[in-house]
Design a protein around this ligand. Structure first.
Ligand code: HEM
Length: 143
């Protein structure tokens, strides 16, 4: 579960992150593809604007941090898409690392270690839900 303290920090930074959404998205992808070029081919069929959805949606989901049940159908859709394009559990930390690094660079001074840790916790909580559902879907395909 996400702690109340984390939820508070997420909510306090959401506005500024959303304002800087495009800059964060652009930097997140630069970092991801520079460091982990093995994931680049996964995005081969994604239209330019669609690949941005990943970062934007992570930020948007944090808006619902108090009631994540509101996101269940959106998460189901993402999980199905991820399974279709072959996303593996081990890719999640690569995106997480790139995202947090992008937050740090774009927001600089305002991004304290405390806020970074809160975002780390929230990202991996979301990632865990997706990984779990994706593994279930893969297991179903195999039966
Ligand atoms: C918490 C983490 C993540 C969130 C919230 C997220 C969100 C999304 C969303 C909203 C879509 C569009 C779904 C649709 O078209 O219906 C998507 C698709 C996709 N995601 Fe993720 N994603 C996450 C993690 C990852 C990771 C770790 C990777 C791998 C590097 C990845 C790669 C992709 C790819 C390749 C697509 C399909 C693009 C296309 O061809 O249209 N995502 N993701």
């Amino acid at each position: 579960m996400i702690t109340e303290m984390t939820k508070g920090l997420i909510k306090a930074t959401l506005f500024v992150l959303k304002q800087q959404g495009d800059a964060i998205t652009t930097r997140m992808y630069e970092l991801l593809f520079e460091k982990y070029s093995q994931v680049k081919p996964l995005f081969a069929n994604a239209p330019d604007n669609q690949s941005k959805i990943l970062t934007q949606s992570i930020i948007a989901y944090s808006e619902h941090i108090d009631d994540l049940s509101a996101l269940s159908s959106a998460l189901e859709q993402i999980a199905r898409k991820h399974v279709a394009v072959g996303i593996q559990p081990e890719y999640y930390p690569l995106v997480g690392e790139s995202l947090l690094q992008a937050f740090r660079e774009i927001l600089d001074e305002s991004m304290t270690d405390e806020i970074i840790s809160a975002w780390q916790e929230a990202y991996f909580f979301l990632a865990e839900q997706l990984i779990q559902r994706e593994q279930e879907l893969i297991a179903q395909q195999q039966t």
